[in-house]
Write a protein that binds this ligand. Structure first.
Ligand SMILES: C[S@@+](CC[C@H](N)C(=O)[O-])C[C@H]1O[C@@H](n2cnc3c(N)ncnc32)[C@H](O)[C@@H]1O
Length: 260
């Protein structure tokens, strides 16, 4: 992962990494982490997927970012011309620090709201684009077998997706940037009641991240083969070499069942 942090503004990610991946489900963990950490960019920063995201953005769009943490994505979107941006995070510490930072750099027009993505405080059809980077993946850290995730995991993921589907405008787009491979994510994205199409691309060198685009109002046949690749699951040792820092811990749990 390109290191987008400078010495002065970020802790080593291992200073704030949890002992077990289950901590990623705990809002207290995120509060403590964000109290100590200035900036950490999960997966990759905007420069790596800007070419994929831009076609879905326009200056007139309203954009919701779910689980902003201390990422700089919202700033980058603003600099790319998107005026109406709302960020949410479950951590009040992340929200307060993000608000302070945006005020300090003169971007207070970006709204930052504390909210649980499983119960979002927005009316139906509010946003043209909803984007999340690494946030939905948090729900999978205790999913068990990725081929057959626990019912509790599926319930939470479906709740999140139903919320996203609800707040999207009729022709809006949900962008999900994820470790999760299409054979694990498609059955959820294509759940009953969703009127969106599901497509994806990949980005990154060595290890590929998935850039999903779900376009509301364009549901396609359940048998449609989409995306450009059918990746196989890389081994943990390969991932360890290719995934620097904490992304490895996150990913290890997501696919550990495959290794046994
Ligand atoms: C893996 S980090 C990703 C942060 C950021 N999107 C990035 O790319 O760097 C997950 C983020 O989701 C937030 N989060 C976890 N559970 C959440 C929930 N139920 N609702 C909203 N945000 C949540 C965490 O506080 C954290 O900021």
């Amino acid at each position: 992962m390109a290191d987008v942090r400078s010495e002065t503004e970020s802790n080593s990610p291992l200073d704030v990494a949890p002992r077990t991946a289950a901590a990623y489900l705990d809002p207290h963990y995120w509060n403590e982490r964000f109290a100590a950490e200035e900036h950490y960019e999960w997966f990759k920063d905007y420069s790596h997927f800007q070419h994929l995201l831009r076609p879905f953005l326009s200056p007139s769009h309203s954009v919701l970012e779910i689980g902003c943490g201390n990422s700089r994505l919202c700033e980058e979107l603003r600099r790319d011309g998107v005026a109406d941006i709302t960020c949410v995070d479950i951590s009040p510490v992340a929200v307060e620090r993000m608000q302070n930072r945006l005020r300090d750099i003169g971007l207070e027009g970006i709204k930052v709201v504390q909210a649980d993505m499983l119960d979002m405080p927005f009316g139906g059809e509010s946003f043209d684009v909803v984007i999340e980077k690494g946030t939905m993946d948090v729900l999978f850290v205790d999913s068990g077998d990725p081929w057959k995730p626990r019912p509790a995991t599926v319930d939470k993921v479906m709740k999140m997706l139903q919320g996203v589907h609800k707040v999207l405008k009729p022709e809006g787009t949900f962008i999900s940037i994820s470790f999760g491979q299409p054979h694990f994510r498609r059955p959820l994205f294509e759940g009953q009641g969703f009127t969106w199409s599901v497509d994806w691309k990949t980005f990154g060198e060595g290890f590929h991240y998935f850039f999903y685009t779900l376009k509301k109002g364009r549901r396609m046949s359940d048998n449609k083969e989409c995306g450009s690749e059918r990746p196989s699951m890389p081994s943990i040792s390969l991932l360890h070499e290719e995934l620097e820092d904490e992304n490895y811990i996150f990913r290890t749990t997501i696919c550990e069942e495959l290794e046994t």
